[in-house]
Design a protein around this ligand. Structure first.
Ligand SMILES: Cc1cc2nc3c(=O)[nH]c(=O)nc-3n(C[C@H](O)[C@H](O)[C@H](O)COP(=O)(O)OP(=O)(O)OC[C@H]3O[C@@H](n4cnc5c(N)ncnc54)[C@H](O)[C@@H]3O)c2cc1C
Length: 308
Protein backbone atom coordinates (compact mmCIF):
# COMPACT_ATOMS: atom_id res chain seq x y z
CA UNK A 1 0.00 0.00 0.00
CA UNK A 2 1.25 3.47 -0.85
CA UNK A 3 0.85 6.43 1.54
CA UNK A 4 1.38 10.12 0.64
CA UNK A 5 2.45 12.46 3.41
CA UNK A 6 4.20 15.75 4.05
CA UNK A 7 7.22 14.43 5.97
CA UNK A 8 8.88 11.04 6.25
CA UNK A 9 10.97 10.61 9.39
CA UNK A 10 13.37 7.68 9.43
CA UNK A 11 14.32 6.90 13.03
CA UNK A 12 12.06 7.12 16.07
CA UNK A 13 14.49 7.97 18.88
CA UNK A 14 14.48 11.28 20.76
CA UNK A 15 15.44 13.19 17.57
CA UNK A 16 12.78 11.70 15.29
CA UNK A 17 10.08 11.78 17.96
CA UNK A 18 10.79 15.37 18.88
CA UNK A 19 10.49 16.32 15.21
CA UNK A 20 7.24 14.35 14.93
CA UNK A 21 5.78 16.18 17.93
CA UNK A 22 6.51 19.58 16.47
CA UNK A 23 5.29 18.63 12.99
CA UNK A 24 2.12 17.02 14.36
CA UNK A 25 1.36 20.23 16.19
CA UNK A 26 1.94 22.09 12.91
CA UNK A 27 -0.84 19.98 11.30
CA UNK A 28 1.63 18.14 9.05
CA UNK A 29 1.03 14.58 7.96
CA UNK A 30 4.02 12.56 9.13
CA UNK A 31 5.13 8.97 9.25
CA UNK A 32 7.85 7.89 11.70
CA UNK A 33 9.51 4.69 10.52
CA UNK A 34 11.58 3.10 13.27
CA UNK A 35 13.47 -0.19 13.48
CA UNK A 36 13.55 0.02 17.32
CA UNK A 37 17.32 -0.36 17.60
CA UNK A 38 18.41 2.77 19.51
CA UNK A 39 22.03 2.90 20.56
CA UNK A 40 21.16 3.30 24.24
CA UNK A 41 18.99 0.16 24.36
CA UNK A 42 21.76 -1.54 26.39
CA UNK A 43 21.29 0.81 29.31
CA UNK A 44 18.70 0.68 32.11
CA UNK A 45 18.60 4.38 32.86
CA UNK A 46 19.01 7.55 30.86
CA UNK A 47 20.21 10.62 32.75
CA UNK A 48 20.34 14.35 32.33
CA UNK A 49 17.09 15.07 30.45
CA UNK A 50 15.16 17.66 32.43
CA UNK A 51 12.11 16.10 34.21
CA UNK A 52 13.11 12.59 33.03
CA UNK A 53 16.39 11.99 34.91
CA UNK A 54 16.95 8.25 35.35
CA UNK A 55 14.14 7.12 33.04
CA UNK A 56 14.45 3.85 31.12
CA UNK A 57 15.13 4.68 27.44
CA UNK A 58 12.15 2.57 26.29
CA UNK A 59 9.85 4.37 28.72
CA UNK A 60 10.93 7.77 27.39
CA UNK A 61 9.96 6.64 23.88
CA UNK A 62 6.69 5.15 25.11
CA UNK A 63 5.63 8.40 26.80
CA UNK A 64 6.69 10.38 23.73
CA UNK A 65 4.63 8.18 21.38
CA UNK A 66 1.66 8.33 23.73
CA UNK A 67 1.74 12.14 23.82
CA UNK A 68 2.34 12.48 20.07
CA UNK A 69 -0.67 10.18 19.63
CA UNK A 70 -2.80 13.23 20.46
CA UNK A 71 -1.93 14.56 16.99
CA UNK A 72 -3.81 12.38 14.49
CA UNK A 73 -1.72 13.33 11.47
CA UNK A 74 1.32 11.45 12.87
CA UNK A 75 1.64 7.71 12.21
CA UNK A 76 4.19 5.29 13.64
CA UNK A 77 5.49 2.31 11.70
CA UNK A 78 7.77 -0.33 13.24
CA UNK A 79 9.85 -1.29 10.22
CA UNK A 80 13.21 -0.66 8.56
CA UNK A 81 13.54 1.80 5.69
CA UNK A 82 15.59 -0.01 3.05
CA UNK A 83 15.66 2.53 0.24
CA UNK A 84 14.96 6.18 -0.39
CA UNK A 85 14.68 7.66 -3.87
CA UNK A 86 13.37 10.82 -5.50
CA UNK A 87 13.95 14.52 -4.98
CA UNK A 88 12.58 17.48 -3.05
CA UNK A 89 8.79 17.36 -3.06
CA UNK A 90 8.55 13.71 -4.13
CA UNK A 91 10.65 11.25 -2.15
CA UNK A 92 9.74 7.58 -1.90
CA UNK A 93 10.68 5.48 1.13
CA UNK A 94 10.50 1.71 0.80
CA UNK A 95 10.53 -0.47 3.91
CA UNK A 96 11.64 -4.04 4.58
CA UNK A 97 8.01 -5.11 5.02
CA UNK A 98 7.05 -3.66 1.63
CA UNK A 99 5.65 -0.30 2.80
CA UNK A 100 5.82 2.59 0.31
CA UNK A 101 5.69 6.14 1.62
CA UNK A 102 5.71 9.16 -0.67
CA UNK A 103 6.72 12.37 1.10
CA UNK A 104 7.61 15.94 0.25
CA UNK A 105 10.40 16.26 2.83
CA UNK A 106 12.64 13.74 4.51
CA UNK A 107 14.27 13.70 7.94
CA UNK A 108 17.03 11.24 8.79
CA UNK A 109 17.15 10.68 12.56
CA UNK A 110 18.86 7.31 12.25
CA UNK A 111 21.33 7.62 15.14
CA UNK A 112 24.72 5.90 15.29
CA UNK A 113 25.59 2.23 15.83
CA UNK A 114 28.28 0.62 17.97
CA UNK A 115 30.63 -1.69 16.14
CA UNK A 116 30.81 -5.11 17.82
CA UNK A 117 32.66 -4.91 21.14
CA UNK A 118 35.83 -6.95 20.65
CA UNK A 119 36.92 -7.27 24.30
CA UNK A 120 35.76 -10.48 25.95
CA UNK A 121 33.13 -9.64 28.59
CA UNK A 122 32.58 -5.99 27.56
CA UNK A 123 29.17 -6.67 26.02
CA UNK A 124 28.02 -8.16 29.37
CA UNK A 125 28.72 -4.92 31.24
CA UNK A 126 27.97 -2.30 28.54
CA UNK A 127 25.22 -0.01 29.76
CA UNK A 128 25.21 -1.58 33.26
CA UNK A 129 28.65 -0.82 34.66
CA UNK A 130 30.62 0.13 31.53
CA UNK A 131 29.77 3.42 29.87
CA UNK A 132 30.98 5.87 27.28
CA UNK A 133 29.95 9.28 28.64
CA UNK A 134 30.57 10.58 32.17
CA UNK A 135 27.90 13.25 31.81
CA UNK A 136 25.39 10.43 31.27
CA UNK A 137 26.62 7.89 33.81
CA UNK A 138 29.48 9.40 35.82
CA UNK A 139 27.36 10.34 38.85
CA UNK A 140 26.39 6.72 39.54
CA UNK A 141 30.11 5.79 39.56
CA UNK A 142 31.37 8.82 41.47
CA UNK A 143 34.40 8.23 43.71
CA UNK A 144 34.51 4.54 42.72
CA UNK A 145 37.58 2.67 41.48
CA UNK A 146 37.34 2.78 37.68
CA UNK A 147 39.16 1.43 34.65
CA UNK A 148 39.45 3.61 31.55
CA UNK A 149 40.00 1.66 28.34
CA UNK A 150 41.60 4.09 25.92
CA UNK A 151 44.84 4.90 24.18
CA UNK A 152 46.48 7.84 22.40
CA UNK A 153 45.45 11.46 23.06
CA UNK A 154 41.84 10.45 23.77
CA UNK A 155 43.03 8.56 26.84
CA UNK A 156 44.52 11.75 28.26
CA UNK A 157 41.35 13.68 27.54
CA UNK A 158 39.28 10.93 29.14
CA UNK A 159 41.55 10.82 32.22
CA UNK A 160 41.22 14.57 32.73
CA UNK A 161 37.43 14.41 32.29
CA UNK A 162 36.82 11.39 34.52
CA UNK A 163 38.96 12.95 37.28
CA UNK A 164 35.97 15.22 37.94
CA UNK A 165 33.90 12.20 39.00
CA UNK A 166 36.49 9.88 40.53
CA UNK A 167 40.15 10.21 41.35
CA UNK A 168 40.62 6.44 41.60
CA UNK A 169 41.18 5.21 38.12
CA UNK A 170 43.56 3.10 36.09
CA UNK A 171 44.14 3.31 32.35
CA UNK A 172 44.26 0.08 30.33
CA UNK A 173 45.48 0.77 26.81
CA UNK A 174 44.76 -2.81 25.70
CA UNK A 175 47.96 -2.91 23.66
CA UNK A 176 50.48 -0.23 22.60
CA UNK A 177 49.60 3.09 24.29
CA UNK A 178 50.26 5.31 21.22
CA UNK A 179 51.46 8.20 23.43
CA UNK A 180 54.21 10.71 22.90
CA UNK A 181 56.88 11.06 25.60
CA UNK A 182 55.13 14.26 26.77
CA UNK A 183 51.81 12.46 27.14
CA UNK A 184 53.43 9.64 29.14
CA UNK A 185 55.11 12.24 31.35
CA UNK A 186 51.79 14.04 31.92
CA UNK A 187 50.14 10.83 33.16
CA UNK A 188 53.18 10.04 35.34
CA UNK A 189 52.98 13.52 36.93
CA UNK A 190 49.35 12.82 37.84
CA UNK A 191 50.21 9.36 39.24
CA UNK A 192 47.78 7.64 36.89
CA UNK A 193 48.44 3.88 36.89
CA UNK A 194 48.78 2.61 33.33
CA UNK A 195 48.76 -0.96 31.98
CA UNK A 196 49.44 -1.75 28.35
CA UNK A 197 49.07 -5.53 28.39
CA UNK A 198 46.10 -6.60 26.21
CA UNK A 199 42.87 -7.24 28.10
CA UNK A 200 42.07 -10.93 28.37
CA UNK A 201 38.62 -10.60 29.92
CA UNK A 202 36.27 -8.33 31.83
CA UNK A 203 34.93 -10.37 34.73
CA UNK A 204 31.44 -9.43 35.93
CA UNK A 205 28.42 -10.63 37.90
CA UNK A 206 24.95 -9.68 36.58
CA UNK A 207 26.46 -6.95 34.43
CA UNK A 208 28.46 -5.43 37.27
CA UNK A 209 32.20 -5.47 36.58
CA UNK A 210 34.34 -7.10 39.26
CA UNK A 211 37.79 -6.87 37.72
CA UNK A 212 39.66 -6.47 34.46
CA UNK A 213 42.02 -9.35 33.74
CA UNK A 214 45.05 -8.66 31.55
CA UNK A 215 46.96 -11.17 29.43
CA UNK A 216 50.08 -10.71 31.60
CA UNK A 217 48.06 -12.02 34.58
CA UNK A 218 47.38 -8.64 36.22
CA UNK A 219 43.92 -8.34 37.74
CA UNK A 220 42.54 -4.81 38.28
CA UNK A 221 39.52 -4.68 40.64
CA UNK A 222 37.04 -1.94 39.75
CA UNK A 223 33.38 -0.92 40.04
CA UNK A 224 33.04 0.68 36.63
CA UNK A 225 34.56 1.15 33.20
CA UNK A 226 34.59 4.00 30.72
CA UNK A 227 35.73 3.29 27.19
CA UNK A 228 35.92 4.93 23.76
CA UNK A 229 33.30 3.32 21.50
CA UNK A 230 33.78 2.67 17.81
CA UNK A 231 30.76 4.03 15.96
CA UNK A 232 29.33 3.89 12.45
CA UNK A 233 26.34 5.62 10.87
CA UNK A 234 22.98 4.22 11.95
CA UNK A 235 22.02 3.83 8.28
CA UNK A 236 23.65 4.16 4.87
CA UNK A 237 20.48 5.71 3.40
CA UNK A 238 21.57 9.36 3.80
CA UNK A 239 24.72 8.61 1.79
CA UNK A 240 22.76 6.68 -0.83
CA UNK A 241 20.67 9.80 -1.42
CA UNK A 242 23.80 11.95 -1.83
CA UNK A 243 24.00 13.51 1.65
CA UNK A 244 27.52 14.60 2.55
CA UNK A 245 28.92 12.97 5.67
CA UNK A 246 32.08 13.26 7.73
CA UNK A 247 34.69 10.46 7.68
CA UNK A 248 32.98 8.99 10.75
CA UNK A 249 29.60 8.89 8.97
CA UNK A 250 27.95 11.90 10.63
CA UNK A 251 25.56 13.69 8.25
CA UNK A 252 26.77 17.22 7.56
CA UNK A 253 23.96 19.70 8.25
CA UNK A 254 23.59 23.46 8.64
CA UNK A 255 22.40 24.86 12.01
CA UNK A 256 18.76 24.22 11.04
CA UNK A 257 19.41 20.56 10.14
CA UNK A 258 19.48 20.98 6.32
CA UNK A 259 21.75 18.65 4.39
CA UNK A 260 23.30 19.44 1.01
CA UNK A 261 20.39 17.60 -0.69
CA UNK A 262 17.32 19.84 -1.13
CA UNK A 263 14.38 18.70 0.99
CA UNK A 264 16.52 16.36 3.13
CA UNK A 265 17.31 17.02 6.78
CA UNK A 266 19.32 15.31 9.51
CA UNK A 267 19.00 15.40 13.30
CA UNK A 268 20.17 13.72 16.48
CA UNK A 269 23.25 11.52 16.87
CA UNK A 270 23.34 10.96 13.13
CA UNK A 271 23.97 14.67 12.55
CA UNK A 272 26.13 15.76 15.50
CA UNK A 273 28.98 14.45 17.61
CA UNK A 274 27.31 15.57 20.85
CA UNK A 275 25.59 12.37 21.92
CA UNK A 276 22.91 13.34 24.45
CA UNK A 277 19.17 12.77 24.51
CA UNK A 278 18.48 16.45 25.16
CA UNK A 279 20.68 17.40 22.21
CA UNK A 280 18.99 14.86 19.93
CA UNK A 281 15.54 16.13 20.92
CA UNK A 282 16.59 19.72 20.39
CA UNK A 283 18.09 19.03 16.94
CA UNK A 284 14.95 17.11 15.97
CA UNK A 285 12.82 20.04 16.98
CA UNK A 286 14.96 22.52 15.04
CA UNK A 287 14.95 20.39 11.91
CA UNK A 288 11.17 20.05 12.16
CA UNK A 289 10.76 23.83 12.31
CA UNK A 290 13.01 24.21 9.26
CA UNK A 291 11.06 21.55 7.37
CA UNK A 292 7.75 23.16 8.22
CA UNK A 293 9.18 26.55 7.22
CA UNK A 294 10.02 25.19 3.76
CA UNK A 295 6.56 23.64 3.38
CA UNK A 296 4.86 26.86 4.50
CA UNK A 297 6.89 28.92 2.04
CA UNK A 298 6.10 26.49 -0.81
CA UNK A 299 2.36 26.56 0.01
CA UNK A 300 2.38 30.37 0.33
CA UNK A 301 4.26 30.88 -2.92
CA UNK A 302 1.78 28.71 -4.80
CA UNK A 303 -0.58 31.58 -4.04
CA UNK A 304 -3.57 29.59 -2.85
CA UNK A 305 -6.06 32.14 -1.44
CA UNK A 306 -6.77 32.17 2.30
CA UNK A 307 -10.34 31.50 3.45
CA UNK A 308 -12.51 34.64 3.21
C1 LIG B 1 25.18 3.11 26.75
C2 LIG B 1 24.65 4.48 26.45
C3 LIG B 1 24.13 5.24 27.48
C4 LIG B 1 23.65 6.51 27.22
N1 LIG B 1 23.17 7.24 28.25
C5 LIG B 1 22.70 8.47 28.02
C6 LIG B 1 22.21 9.25 29.11
O1 LIG B 1 22.18 8.79 30.26
N2 LIG B 1 21.77 10.50 28.84
C7 LIG B 1 21.81 11.05 27.57
O2 LIG B 1 21.41 12.18 27.40
N3 LIG B 1 22.27 10.32 26.53
C8 LIG B 1 22.71 9.05 26.72
N4 LIG B 1 23.19 8.32 25.68
C9 LIG B 1 23.16 8.91 24.32
C10 LIG B 1 21.74 8.82 23.74
O3 LIG B 1 21.31 7.48 23.78
C11 LIG B 1 21.69 9.34 22.31
O4 LIG B 1 22.30 10.62 22.25
C12 LIG B 1 20.26 9.46 21.80
O5 LIG B 1 19.57 8.24 21.96
C13 LIG B 1 20.26 9.85 20.33
O6 LIG B 1 18.95 9.89 19.86
P1 LIG B 1 18.66 9.71 18.31
O7 LIG B 1 17.19 9.87 18.16
O8 LIG B 1 19.55 10.57 17.52
O9 LIG B 1 19.13 8.22 17.97
P2 LIG B 1 18.64 6.79 18.59
O10 LIG B 1 18.02 6.97 19.93
O11 LIG B 1 19.83 5.93 18.47
O12 LIG B 1 17.51 6.37 17.58
C14 LIG B 1 17.78 6.11 16.22
C15 LIG B 1 16.68 5.20 15.71
O13 LIG B 1 16.76 5.13 14.28
C16 LIG B 1 16.43 3.80 13.91
N5 LIG B 1 16.90 3.55 12.53
C17 LIG B 1 18.16 3.61 12.04
N6 LIG B 1 18.15 3.29 10.72
C18 LIG B 1 16.87 3.02 10.41
C19 LIG B 1 16.22 2.61 9.21
N7 LIG B 1 16.89 2.44 8.05
N8 LIG B 1 14.88 2.40 9.24
C20 LIG B 1 14.18 2.59 10.37
N9 LIG B 1 14.74 2.97 11.54
C21 LIG B 1 16.06 3.17 11.56
C22 LIG B 1 17.13 2.94 14.96
O14 LIG B 1 16.60 1.64 15.00
C23 LIG B 1 16.83 3.76 16.21
O15 LIG B 1 15.64 3.33 16.83
C24 LIG B 1 23.67 7.03 25.89
C25 LIG B 1 24.18 6.25 24.84
C26 LIG B 1 24.66 4.98 25.12
C27 LIG B 1 25.20 4.16 23.98
Amino acid sequence: METSIDVGIIGGGPAGLSAALLLGRAKRSVVVIDAEQPRNRVTRESHGFLTRDGIAPGELRRIAREQIGAYPSVAFVEDTAVSVTGADGEFTITTAQGGLYRCKKLLFAVGMKDLPLEIDGLADVYGKSAFVCPYCDGWELRDQPLVLIAKGPRALHMAQTISGWSRHFTICTNGPDEWSDEEREELRLHDVPVFSSPIQQIVSVDGMVQHVLLEDGTSIPCRGIFFVPLLVAGSELPKSLGCQTTDSGTIIVDPSGKTNVPGVFGAGDSATDKYQVVMAASLGSMAAAAINGELLAEDWNRGEPLLP
